[in-house]
Design a protein around this ligand. Structure first.
Ligand code: CTP
Length: 228
């Protein structure tokens, strides 16, 4: 399969030396890319700024902002069978970005923000067009990193973004969240079904995600929904 994975945070620059971002380190997305490549899939990773080595054999595209990530994902999506959207995309960006360093005296105490596009919602539109032409949809997996109610939130995002399943977690739980080597996740499906997992290494979580994708695609192929 051809698998597109996004990882890491995005940065929304105020000026060349300041930005808004989040603590994502990219470990989950890079683990998925590594596991998929080792399983023999053709993998491309679109990543925000992270300090991780590219897994051997994985094609890497570096981006900085949410809008850059959106352009690269939209450009690549038609060539892929599966998208796994692990990236922690910044939801806002500063309304104005200065090309030179802003001096303290020039800066106001309030920062005006504007909404970034939702990448998965734009992918859904593209997938609707593709489904009309090819009579099947590309497989899309989303994430939901929450501070409480991961099942409910993942279910909402699954519906709103037209996803095949959502990997939810509660970042406040021990061993979970940004920068850890472990994670405790739940898979939430469009029909409301839920699969809970114990605390596992991120590599093991990546294997579970890949296994779920492979099984579901095999089922779709058996039902004649797609040709593999
Ligand atoms: N996502 C996206 N584009 C955005 C924000 C998020 O494609 N601008 C994707 C993430 O990569 C993830 C999923 O949407 O796969 C859920 O992201 P999350 O930040 O948890 O949710 P939001 O859509 O931002 O919703 P909320 O702020 O209500 O939690």
């Amino acid at each position: 399969m051809k698998i597109l994975v996004t990882a890491g945070p995005t940065r929304e620059h105020i000026d060349p030396v300041r930005f808004l971002s989040n603590p994502s380190t990219g470990k989950m997305g890079f683990s998925i890319a590594a596991v998929a490549q080792q399983a023999g899939h053709d993998v491309t990773l679109v990543t925000g700024p992270v300090f991780l080595r590219t897994p051997v054999g994985v094609n890497r595209i570096d981006v900085v902002s949410a809008r850059e990530m959106q352009s690269r994902v939209i450009e690549q999506f038609p060539n892929f069978d599966v998208l796994v959207m692990t990236a922690a995309v910044a939801d806002w960006r500063p309304q104005n970005k200065s090309s030179t360093k802003l001096k303290k005296g020039e800066m106001s105490d309030t920062l005006k923000l504007v909404r970034n596009p939702d990448i998965l919602k734009s992918v859904k539109k593209l997938n609707d067009v593709f489904a009309g032409e090819a009579k099947y949809r590309k497989f899309v997996v989303g994430f939901a990193a929450e501070t409480g109610a991961p099942v409910e939130e993942a279910a909402r995002k699954c519906k709103e973004k037209g996803l095949d399943f959502v990997v939810g977690n509660d970042v406040t739980e021990k061993g979970c969240g940004f920068g850890t080597n472990t994670n405790k996740v739940v898979f939430v499906f469009p029909d409301g079904n839920v699969k809970q997992f114990p605390l596992l290494s991120k590599i093991s979580v990546a294997r579970k995600i890949l296994e779920e994708i492979t099984n579901q695609l095999a089922k779709n192929a058996k039902n004649g929904k797609i040709k593999l």
